[in-house]
Design a protein around this ligand. Structure first.
Ligand code: NAD
Length: 270
């Protein structure tokens, strides 16, 4: 259901890889709600070509940028403002990757060069995005910046290895940059801590199917889907949430408040 919640707003959406991506769903919903935006992803992800379909569907241009490169981000913000004809109202950071997880390294056997890459891609890049936006004075007042996190930032999920530290960094950056941008431009910065979701990044984590089912059985509402996450994100980009900032917002069907559920008890008792 479209309500023109983002009518007249301009944005940058990072991280749409394919139809399953959370960023893809956000782009589709943002378009439905009347926003104009540019899409961006790492040059290497462009090779898949899927993002071109989304660009066509949303009448959006694509500007490649490796989110770890300040130079790429400077080019992205300059071009985005040219294309959209003004400053930016919303940014979605939907980026995550861990070479250690991709290569199946356990927590006790992490490669430290890859660990730093994980932190750079999945955590520090969020700081770089806001740093470049600040330097270019690219954000409109009452803008909204959202990044996607996972509960492993705060609780132990052994297979999430170095990504758990990247997410803790991400959530800390949201608080600290949220303070800064709030004072400077009334811009809010939040992270959404999303349920396990069947995407390329999600299913790449060891044991994904088990913790997807576990979370689903623990949560009174079940797991939040990528579509649900897109709806929540749209609400955070809209003017209905102007005073929400520096928060890590649980979007998990109730999972984070649970101790144990009857479904899990039944499963273990069998
Ligand atoms: N899927 C889940 O279970 C889940 C749960 C909670 C949070 N999240 C988070 O949601 C976000 C989006 O992931 P997704 O699940 O939609 O998976 P996805 O694989 O579709 O998206 C991840 C994106 O990160 C991009 N990326 C990787 N390296 C990059 C770089 N250097 N520069 C720019 N972009 C880069 C990829 O190209 C891809 O588009 C991530 O932050 C992820 O950690 C996912």
């Amino acid at each position: 259901m479209a309500n023109n919640l983002l009518k007249g707003k301009k944005g940058i959406i990072f991280g749409a890889l394919d139809e399953k991506s959370i960023a893809w769903k956000v782009a589709v919903r943002a378009k439905e709600e009347g926003a104009e935006f540019v899409l961006t992803n790492a040059p290497i992800a462009m090779r898949m070509g899927e993002i071109n379909k989304l660009a066509e569907q949303c009448n959006a241009q694509i500007i490649p940028a490796d989110a770890t490169s300040v130079e790429d981000l400077e080019n992205l913000f300059t071009k985005a403002q040219e294309i959209l004809g003004g400053k930016i109202d919303f940014i979605l950071h939907s980026i995550g990757s861990s070479p250690n997880i991709r290569k199946g390294k356990s927590y006790g056997d992490l490669n430290y060069d890859w660990f730093q890459k994980t932190l750079d891609i999945s955590g520090l890049s969020f700081h770089k995005v806001m740093h470049v936006a600040e330097k270019q004075d690219a954000l409109n007042e009452w803008g909204s910046v959202v990044a996607l996190s996972y509960i492993a930032a705060q609780r132990v999920f052994p297979d999430y290895t170095d990504m758990s530290h990247a997410k803790a960094l991400l959530e800390s950056i949201a608080r600290n940059y949220g303070y800064r941008l709030g004072r400077m431009k009334k811009v809010r910065v939040n992270t959404i801590s999303q349920s396990p979701t069947k995407t390329t990044a999600g299913t790449g984590v060891g044991g994904f199917d088990a913790f997807y089912d576990y979370a689903d059985k623990m949560s009174p509402l079940g797991n939040a889907s990528a579509e649900d996450c897109a709806n929540y994100t749209i609400s955070l980009f809209s003017d209905l949430t102007r005073m929400v900032t520096m928060q890590n917002l649980m979007h998990d069907g109730g999972f984070s408040s649970m101790g144990i559920s009857e479904d899990i008890v039944d499963m273990i008792s069998k």
